[in-house]
Design a binder for this molecule. Structure first.
Ligand code: FAD
Length: 387
């Protein structure tokens, strides 16, 4: 089944009887060449590129719940490549380029919308830092513009420009950044992988590894033992627990990060705005809800729900930046479990256990990395010739 304007019209005229499920629901086989643990964005994109780009077969994704129930379906949907460091910027720019062609590549509407992001500047020192970051972005082939205070005001007149503590002095803009529908991304990758024969196995929790002579042979699951030549772990907030089953202790902590959505409003926010003096960022969904977030909760947790002090903190920052948000009613909040690495740097690598690969430590920034990471996991994690 291919999606096209013609197909939509044809189905509309024939009672929508021709739409099929987006993926099969297969039983696990006794053995695969590749097992990916975690049916989030990273696991699904890895399976997609392994099967579509690297033409590998005999692949399974094992998901303990349903596809997309984790952070991929809980994030605040921002995609961007506005990083400073040489190890980061080219990677996120590669990912950005993949976002730009993603919907055509996997023939699915993921609502990729390059509506731009502005990082607000509140001090002269911050302007210097953002100017440096913008130059690093340009050197890596990304786009960046330094905006004056009046340019920011022209775009977002509702911001509190003369806040006594945090006056807005300008912004760093990346016009190609924006948002994408997070669960649509998971479904698009799942469908694309399934079409190449990848078995997407839901309700299949990995409960242990079978490791002999320093080599992984397969995984124990809630649906029995499954053998594998190579196993990739992409379980985000559960990374510490899952790698603990393989005897590895990770330099990663799990924390809750919350997201917030207001009632639907008329279009007011043109792109993504980040507050440079507090933990707050905001965009507006196509349905009209203000989508915003802030800092992680301050304690370690595996619970996919947040707490009231952080809600208060985010609301305070929102009021400092754009007081009109106080008139909007909050409709929904939820939480996801972040895999916080100590320096904010992710890990995409092989492990000391032969055949076992790890993708973790994305903190609150792994959604934008989904295409790039999926393409590179195989290459970075050992099969370098494949890139
Ligand atoms: C509120 C919030 C806002 C965010 N905003 C942004 C943003 O705007 N931009 C951005 O770039 N990033 C953002 N992020 C971060 C981003 O969502 C994550 O870094 C990224 O989604 C993590 O990768 P993933 O999609 O594979 O994770 P997940 O979707 O969490 O996938 C991991 C999967 O592993 C499964 N799993 C766990 N243990 C097992 C097991 N034992 N057996 C089998 N399966 C298992 C889980 O059920 C889960 O489905 C945000 C995150 C949150 C929570």
């Amino acid at each position: 089944m291919r999606f096209s304007a013609f197909k939509v019209v044809a189905e509309a005229l024939t009672g929508h009887k021709g739409w099929g499920p987006l993926w099969r629901n297969p039983e696990p086989k006794p053995e695969y060449d590749y097992i990916i643990i975690g049916g989030g964005g990273h696991g699904l994109s890895t399976a997609y590129y392994l099967s579509n780009t690297f033409r590998q077969a005999r692949i399974a994704v094992l998901e303990r719940g349903w596809l997309g129930q984790g952070n991929i379906g809980r994030n605040t949907t921002i995609i961007r490549s506005n990083y400073l460091l040489p190890g980061n910027e080219p990677f996120y720019e590669l990912s950005m380029k993949l976002w730009e062609g993603l919907e055509q590549a996997f023939n699915f509407n993921a609502m990729v919308s390059q509506r731009g992001i502005v990082n607000l500047i509140h001090s002269d020192g911050q302007r210097d830092a953002y100017r440096r970051r913008g130059n690093a972005m340009l050197l890596a082939g990304a786009d960046a513009e330094l905006l004056s205070r009046e340019q920011v005001r022209g775009m977002c007149p509702f911001l509190n420009f003369d806040n006594a503590r945090f006056p807005i002095k300008g912004g760093l803009m990346q016009r190609r950044a924006g948002t994408a529908r997070h669960d649509g991304v998971a479904w698009g990758y799942a469908r694309g992988a399934d079409q190449k024969g990848v078995d997407l196995i839901q309700n299949c929790e990995v409960t242990g590894f079978r490791i002999e002579n320093g080599r992984v042979l397969g995984v124990e699951t809630s649906r029995g033992y499954i053998g594998a030549r190579k196993v990739g772990v992409a379980v985000a907030g559960m990374s510490g627990k899952v790698m603990g089953m393989a005897g590895m202790r990770l330099p990663i902590e799990s924390h809750v990060l919350q997201a917030f959505v207001s009632e639907g409003l008329k279009p007011v926010i043109p792109g993504v705005i980040t507050f440079g003096a507090g933990h707050f960022y905001v965009s507006q969904s196509d349905k009209g809800g203000l989508v915003f977030g802030g800092d992680i909760d301050g304690y370690n947790s595996y619970a996919q729900r947040g707490n009231l002090p952080v809600i208060e903190d985010v609301a305070e920052s929102g009021m400092a930046l754009m007081p009109m948000i106080g008139r909007a009613r909050l409709l929904r909040t939820w939480g996801g479990i972040m895999d916080m690495s100590m320096d904010g740097t992710p890990i995409i690598d092989r492990t000391p256990i032969e055949g076992l690969y790890l993708n973790a430590g994305w903190c609150y920034g792994g959604f934008k990395a989904t295409p790039g990471l999926g393409l590179l996991l195989r290459a970075s994690a050992g099969d370098r010739h494949a890139a």
